[in-house]
Design a protein around this ligand. Structure first.
Ligand SMILES: [Zn+2]
Ligand SMILES: [Zn+2]
Length: 212
């Protein structure tokens, strides 16, 4: 990471470097198993990966609920992210703090209205940013992660209107990818970040990436 520190400037830009030599290795159950109780993702804890292999992480430090001003966190603010909800960490690997396929539902939400006010939206052509019901990735417990909606009869439908959702915003029903029915998580429709706050399945407790 390089900081531009012009003494006369009123702001400082942060330039993040991407390291294309990094290798990411995941170990994910082929047959997911439910835990006895939900596992809440700690700050920057690993959640899983997007369908293109990019890591999905829990809340960054500045959105933890600690009292504002204590330990430099708790501001409620989100650190600098690109318009699809990702950034590179100091080690150089890119990761997401949002489910990018449906981050535009957040920007469009009345409480933010960022698209109308500031023209902010995710338009990365590598991401199905207009498919707000997309199969978005896999959690590290092996359960699928979908964007904010379920596609029912061709219409984006709130997950809770399809089948009861639990504390991790997960539920079980048939999807296009899992026609026999499968438990899966959904991104939150609004709020920030939108990643699942907890996992209902068992996972292998190890680092999900290695720096070589
Ligand atoms: Zn981050
Ligand atoms: Zn669903």
């Amino acid at each position: 990471m390089h900081y531009s520190t012009d003494e006369m400037c009123n702001y400082c830009e942060v330039f993040l470097s991407y390291d294309s030599s990094l290798t990411v290795t995941y170990l994910i159950p082929v047959t997911p198993e439910f835990r006895s109780e939900a596992y809440y993702i700690p700050t920057v804890g690993s959640i899983g990966l997007g369908i293109n292999g990019i890591p999905i992480k829990g809340d960054p430090p500045s959105v933890t609920t600690a009292e504002a001003g204590i330990g430099g966190t708790g501001s409620g603010n989100i650190p600098a992210l690109d318009h699809c909800g990702g950034h590179a960490d100091p080690a150089g690997y890119y990761h997401w703090h949002f489910i990018p396929q449906s981050i535009n539902t957040v920007f469009d939400a009345p409480e933010y209205n960022f698209t109308n006010l500031y023209g902010i939206s995710c338009t990365n052509t590598y991401i199905e940013y207009e498919d707000h019901a997309a199969f978005a990735g896999l959690a590290k417990d092996g359960f699928p992660i979908y964007a904010a909606y379920d596609l029912i009869d061709g219409a984006n439908t709130l997950p809770a209107d399809v089948a009861t959702t639990d504390e991790c915003n997960g539920h079980t029903h048939a999807t296009e990818e899992f026609p026999d029915g499968a438990y899966h998580y959904h991104a939150l429709e609004t709020g920030a970040p939108t990643v699942p706050v907890c996992l209902m399945g068992s996972y292998v407790d190890r680092n999900d990436f290695t720096v070589q």
